[in-house]
Design a binder for this molecule. Structure first.
Ligand SMILES: [Zn+2]
Length: 80
């Protein structure tokens, strides 16, 4: 799994729709990619704030923001 794969599964991850295999791959990626780990943690906190007892769906806007954040950070990381 790479950063783009992780992002494409992020919504399902937070909706708890991932298979055990994918969940494990996602976990493995965040253990090697600090940027995705940070994004994942931040998103989890954001969703916890939004949730408030209601079913929360990761909005398209949030996905876009995450995509931008992950890709810019991972691209930066590769140049160092
Ligand atoms: Zn990554």
């Amino acid at each position: 799994m790479n950063c783009t794969d992780l992002l494409s599964h992020l919504g399902d991850y937070f909706d708890d729709q991932l298979t055990a295999d994918l969940r494990e791959e996602l976990r493995a990626h965040t253990s090697t990619c600090q940027h995705c780990k940070v994004v994942l943690d931040t998103t989890r906190q954001t969703i916890a704030v939004y949730k408030g007892g209601e079913v929360y769906e990761v909005s398209t806007e949030l996905r876009e923001r995450l995509h931008t954040a992950i890709m810019s950070k991972c691209l930066q990381a590769k140049t160092h």
